[in-house]
Design a protein around this ligand. Sequence first.
Ligand SMILES: Cc1cc2nc3c(=O)[nH]c(=O)nc-3n(C[C@H](O)[C@H](O)[C@H](O)COP(=O)(O)OP(=O)(O)OC[C@H]3O[C@@H](n4cnc5c(N)ncnc54)[C@H](O)[C@@H]3O)c2cc1C
Length: 462
Amino acid sequence: MSPMQPQTQEISIADLRGEVRGEVIEPEDPIYDEARQVFFKGFDRRPLAVVRVAGAEDVARVVSAAREGGLELAVRSGSHSRGGYGTTDGGIVLDLSGMKALEIDADDGTAWVETGINAGEYTLATGEHGLVTGLGDAGSVGLGGITLAGGVGFLARKNGLTMDDLLAAEVVTADGEVVTASEQTEPDLFWAIRGGEGNCGVATRFQLRLHEISEIVGGMLILPATPEVITGFLEAAGAAPDELSTIANVTLAPPMPFIPEEAHGEPILMGVMAYVGPVEEGEAVIAPFRALAKPYADMVRPMSYPELYEGPEQEARFASGTNFFSDSLEPAHAEAILEHLPKSTAMMKAVQLRVLGGALGRVPNDATAFAHRDRRLFANIAAMYTDPGEKEAHDAWVAGVADALGRDGAGGYVGFMGEEDEETIQAAYPGGTWDRLRELKRRYDPDNLFRLNHNIPPAQPT
Ligand SMILES: Cc1cc2nc3c(=O)[nH]c(=O)nc-3n(C[C@H](O)[C@H](O)[C@H](O)COP(=O)(O)OP(=O)(O)OC[C@H]3O[C@@H](n4cnc5c(N)ncnc54)[C@H](O)[C@@H]3O)c2cc1C
């Protein structure tokens, strides 16, 4: 259920259609059923209209229309939010997914890009110039959502989070004003959007730093998962130079052709590796991982950076998940993962472990609204399933695994969260982050127009 019920319609969608350059899709349109979908299943909502905006002026018009009409507003770029925040019952969907314009300044090493492009499209286009910005592990995720949440990905240790490469953003605020947020102009807003998601405005364009990266040593290493292999992998990842970022998925082997048949259904560690630097050095850095056990499959090789995004897109399903930051994973925790995996009846379940540190960890905790810089490890537990009636069982499974792994309640990463209660969202913004975000929310969105998100309630006037 949406947190707010739809309110009285006071705006004319026909008028809106005449006022925007983009497409306004209403229930009677043949593409309505497709247009109202988001990536995850379980959000069968019926908006009054989906507006596929074509620029900042369109965004400003839709924001103003929703505000003036008292309508619930859902903002989406890639629609991958697990909370289903990209759709609404009876409100307006502001869909940025048609806004993909990209201008690369190769000499300057920067790009201006509209936020509706996805991670794969962006990386492929910049990669043609041997330039990239680090994003997450899925090409279909929207640039808008991942950058505003943080962006923990293939270059996290080398270059930091995606938002650490954000130099400026064009933002439409709740009053419909188009502003540029950067360290120089609107620095408070710039702070808030880096980790505070869409709470203070709709980002229409980003200026992102590009890094000269063409060839990497990367790809997937699949090892039999034992407690020693899991802890050994994380130790090796922590000891490796910043040039290497890894993502370890511990799961039960799916019946994929590149995994030997005798391993199907057995616990495996699928480690995605990305080493930025000379091939020989990369091979040496990856050698300790290969030595942990005889790999079931070793697909790590010199490749172009954008190749990391090749392969089949994830299929949309119902999803349960939880995540948390930690500093270490003890052998008993690794054993617990292996005990819990076979207990889940989900078609796909995994414990994903990402060793942090490096450039990500060198940014002060209070420099942005992502205040987990000092943590060493990130764990994301997920179960994908096809029968919505099983939700409770899968929610319980992911929570049980997190508890068994020693989750300490210190908060998680909003990017991977579903719809959460205020306590969980507050815990994701530790230290003074929550209070500062609440103050800025009061300044930029006092009436909480942008509330379909991991919501920051505006601070009360004192
Ligand atoms: C398969 C998969 C893999 C993932 N892998 C990673 C990963 O490796 N690393 C990582 O950090 N995260 C990862 N994520 C999490 C992902 O970054 C977040 O779910 C992100 O919010 C999705 O962005 P989106 O634009 O696709 O989603 P949307 O549903 O469109 O948006 C997500 C949230 O951001 C808001 N929003 C979106 N665009 C804008 C905008 N332009 N202006 C203002 N607000 C906006 C929305 O209102 C919503 O609250 C993954 C998610 C999935 C489903």
